[in-house]
Write a new protein. Sequence first.
Length: 153
Amino acid sequence: MTTIGELLGEKADDIARDSISIGDVHILPLSRTEGITPKNGEATRNKFFIVLGFDADGNIIGGIVINSNVNQHLSTSITDYLMPISKEQLPFLNHNSFVNCSHLVTVKREKFNKSTLRGQIADKELLNLIVATVIESPYSNKQQLIEFGIIKH
């Protein structure tokens, strides 16, 4: 059966990019450019990405990633900002995971398309807790937080 996305082609991707909202969770192929270390010699690594804000032009999106496991080699100053999240909270996860609230990741809008959206954090308390944790992190860049509208200056 043909889907609407298939019928619309690239237009569906444009519509998807124009509909990105704070709290949306997408699965994106991220690379060193976005601060993600791919594994096994690959160029990218698929990561769940939670949208937290947009730059003034709407071209760059600030957010954070979800990690399946805690890297045991990270310092506690980073692991203190890894928030546990369960499959019950985000049913599209394959297993309980960790939201990396230590710092923002920036992604260009072109990475998003009709097939990247996995769900949304509908629980506003949870989303507010994630944002507050990002703001508190000593690794968060205040200028980025302002640029993406996460905090006011």
